[in-house]
Write a protein that binds this ligand. Structure first.
Ligand SMILES: [Zn+2]
Length: 224
């Protein structure tokens, strides 16, 4: 499994703690300690539907079959990668909050991710403010994005079902029914846009600066 703290894959024995039983079955805490020396943090899942007598045996091998429900209770958050440091704070905040609420509410997550997307389109892609569907159309029409991002953004529009309910795209914060996978897609698209608008240009710039420094040292003309 991947550690939700450090996002490094690890294999560790599970420790079970039996909590009790309710209408949904038995419940317990599944506990891991991340063995990554840079992390060494605890991870807790609340688990329903474990047959306790047998799970104690299975627990020794770390198997978690027969599990009906499993919630990550610590750390609070998602298994999504952290926001790259190049992303400006205001965009990163909406994105992280959209990630954190996703397991509890896909609607709330989608509302936050749409708001984050709209801010990026307005502040970075410089679209003329309108409704989100129209703003997505503007950035697609500007032909400044690679094809894979155009397709990805088009899907965000489909998820919002803006075509069927044009009024729903007027306010990005509006609550629209979405499936968890659809809300997750919005986050995937934001992650790709972060890469395109903030991470890649920074990486290339720092590589160019290094190259220019070397060229200068060699007495050659710098690249513009
Ligand atoms: Zn870890």
């Amino acid at each position: 499994m991947k550690c939700p703290h450090c996002l490094v894959e690890f294999h560790a024995d599970v420790i079970w703690t039996h909590l009790g039983e309710d209408a949904d079955g038995e419940m317990g805490i599944e506990q891991y300690l991340c063995p990554n020396p840079d992390c060494k943090k605890m991870i807790f899942y609340l688990v329903w539907g474990v047959s306790w007598s047998s799970s104690r045996l299975r627990g020794m091998t770390g198997m978690t079959t027969d599990v009906k429900k499993r919630f990550l209770v610590y750390p609070k958050g998602s298994n999504r990668p952290p926001v790259p440091p190049q992303v400006p704070q205001n965009f990163a905040e909406d994105y992280m909050e959209a990630c954190v609420v996703l397991p509890d509410s896909s609607k709330a997550s989608a509302a936050l991710s749409r708001r984050c997307l709209q801010s990026i389109l307005r502040d970075v892609a410089n679209v003329t403010p309108g409704n989100l569907a129209n703003e997505i159309q503007q950035v697609i029409g500007s032909k400044t994005l690679p094809t894979h991002l155009v397709k990805a953004l088009d899907m965000v529009r489909e998820i919002g079902n803006f075509a069927a309910h044009p009024t729903k795209s007027e306010k990005t914060g509006e609550i629209i029914p979405v499936e968890p996978q659809e809300a997750e897609w919005n986050l995937d698209v934001l992650e790709s846009l972060f890469g395109f608008y903030f991470v890649q240009p920074e990486i290339l710039k720092s590589k160019k600066d290094t190259l220019n420094k070397k060229l200068k040292e060699a007495g050659k003309k710098e690249m513009k």
